[in-house]
Design a protein around this ligand. Structure first.
Ligand code: SF4
Length: 253
């Protein structure tokens, strides 16, 4: 599930949990980046977010909200110790509870008294980080967010095509000054073909050497030498930038 539309019901909370929910919506915690959106009606909600113990007064309203939700996925999230288990109000006369021979945690006046709860986020009140963590667990994105699934050391280089396009732009200005537009650009095209076809620096060196030896025009020989030395300069600069970036994020050189 990419997005999670949530309807919030307070079934008797002291407002501590509600304030924390507002907190995770602020730009600082920004729960919307996980695809979570608070909606004003249960008819549009995937999930019911319940705070507070289940009071007799709130029971019917909460039940109606639950029944108004679309039948699937109808997720219920209990936020705060009160919603999980009744919390400090667990033995209050004001709470609604079904008669049971033995009442066990968390069935002591919390949301699970009347709804199948999918996610418990305990705490009095839970910290915003705990709410974020709970939602990330529910959406199964904890690994991705914590370990940086999209980041791989191996991808910390410019793709070859982008790199070569960047080099070509830099070399174009230089060779234009040396040989002019016409000869300069056509020679650059030849040189970039050599770059594209080589797999390593050594291979490129051999290919350039051969191209210089085979070239009859001394101007173009000179241009190839210049292009090769500019190319090495650009690669050295790029490798220097890359090493500095790796050092900055603590990666080995
Ligand atoms: S868990 Fe704590 S903060 Fe939340 S409603 Fe209960 S008493 Fe208030």
């Amino acid at each position: 599930m990419k997005s999670l539309w949530v309807f919030h019901v307070n079934t008797g909370a002291c407002n501590g949990c509600d304030i924390e929910i507002l907190d995770v919506l602020t730009p600082y915690y920004d729960i919307e980046r996980l695809g979570v959106k608070l909606v004003p009606t249960p008819r549009h909600a995937h999930a019911l977010l319940v705070t507070g113990p289940l009071t007799r007064q709130a029971y019917h309203a909460a039940k109606m909200a639950y029944e108004a939700m679309p039948p699937k996925p109808r997720i219920v999230i209990a936020v705060g110790t009160c919603a999980c288990s009744g919390g400090i109000f667990h033995d209050s006369y004001a709470l609604r509870r079904e008669y049971r021979e033995s009442l066990e945690y968390p069935l002591k006046g919390g949301t699970s008294e009347f709804l199948p709860v999918h996610l418990y986020i305990p705490g009095c009140p839970p910290r915003p980080e705990e709410i974020l963590y709970g939602v990330a667990l529910l959406k199964n994105i904890v690994e991705k967010k914590v370990r940086g699934e999209l980041f791989r050391e191996g991808t910390f280089v410019l793709p070859r095509e982008s790199f070569n396009a960047w080099v070509e732009v830099l070399l174009r200005a230089r060779i234009r000054k040396e040989l002019g537009y016409f000869d300069g650009y056509s020679l650059l095209k030849r040189f970039m073909e050599l770059v594209e076809s080589s797999e390593s620096k050594e291979e490129l060196e051999k290919l350039v050497e051969k191209a210089i030896n085979d070239e009859g025009d001394s101007r173009l020989r000179y241009g190839l030498e210049k292009l090769y030395s500019y190319y090495l300069e650009v690669v050295r600069t790029y490798e220097g930038i890359l090493a500095a970036k790796r050092a900055l994020v603590g990666l080995p050189k």
